[in-house]
Design a protein around this ligand. Sequence first.
Ligand SMILES: Cc1ncc(COP(=O)(O)O)c(C=O)c1O
Length: 399
Amino acid sequence: MSDSFNALKAREEKLLCRTYGRYPLAVARAEGCRLFDPEGREYVDLLAGIAVAGLGHCRPELAEVMAEQARRLVHVSNLFYQAEQLDLAERLLSTCHLGKVFFCNSGAEANESAIKLARRYMRKVKGREAFEIVTLEGSFHGRTLATLTATGQTAKIKDGFGPLPEGFVILPFGDLEAMDRAVGDKTAAVMVEMIQGEGGVRPLPPGYVQALAQLCRDRDVLLVADEVQTGLCRTGKFWAHQHFGIKPDILTSAKGLANGLPMGAMLATDEVARGFEPGSHATTFGGGALVSAVASRVIDILIREDLARRAAEMGRFAMGEARKLAEKHPDKISTVRGMGLMIGIELKFPGEEVWKALLSRGFVLNLTHERVLRLLPPLIIPKQDILAFMRALDEVLGG
Ligand SMILES: Cc1ncc(COP(=O)(O)O)c(C=O)c1O
């Protein structure tokens, strides 16, 4: 490791709470699909800040929107009307069937808002004592107390934080019978990711999503699509639920919404949005003029450049190449799965060494669940970068 890297590491140990297991890489600059360390060494970014920089890093068009907006209006709080927020709401709502938006600052906050809205809608509008939130094993919904309780992952992220809030039920992944048994009078909502991201790039089984949507409709229970990771063209449609022809009552978004500025949104049907009234839910920064102006331009670019179609095509190409490698290395790769540019390559053994070897060859990606190499590249990733990565992976697996 270089002196500058070691110096950063030492400063961090002194200054920051120890919440992160960092990669052995410092990033000083980023541009498009490239990251640069303090020495100027270049890396191909196949992670995009964990599905955030969908349009690539430091895109000049967005930098201009930021600079221009920063000179006019950045923040005044949600006590005031702001056109930027409404311009963004119009754009966001034009991408799906939903009717109202609540802006916030992160995926966890969007999901927290969804949980609160679902409960309040049931009580105040429906007059029902339905408060349970049903989620799936392997899911990830955030790190606030409610969203970590909803998260269906190992005790590690919950350890030491109790008592956790009541009213959450976690069911086995992809098990419709368990869902059928669990959803009842007390259920306010079922919250799912169409493809579990942190859970190892796991798509819900074929037919499950439609059957779940039907079950929720039949029992008058809300369906919440957590599209924090899968949304904004990542999977080859603007929203992942649109692959399945379903209409969730609530949808949550964050990550790529402002291409790197913190922003979240919860979208709901007009009917369900009646669950909130002035004063029932709020946030200081949500939908500020600066992030909203940037997010509006992000949506314009996603549509203008038809990045959903590009993600679908490039994803098919990347998964095709990865499957060729799986055939070549049947003892090393067990499965290749995903949708669009949300791709998991599962190894048959713990992947730390493979991941490190790829990093040292200049490819930044993520390893989840010990064995899953997760690719979430910018949606503008060129074919050559994908090919270069596959060649490097081939080499690392033994050529
Ligand atoms: C599906 C999903 N939901 C929620 C979150 C939480 O988002 P944030 O980290 O912005 O709070 C994440 C983050 O990875 C996610 O993947």
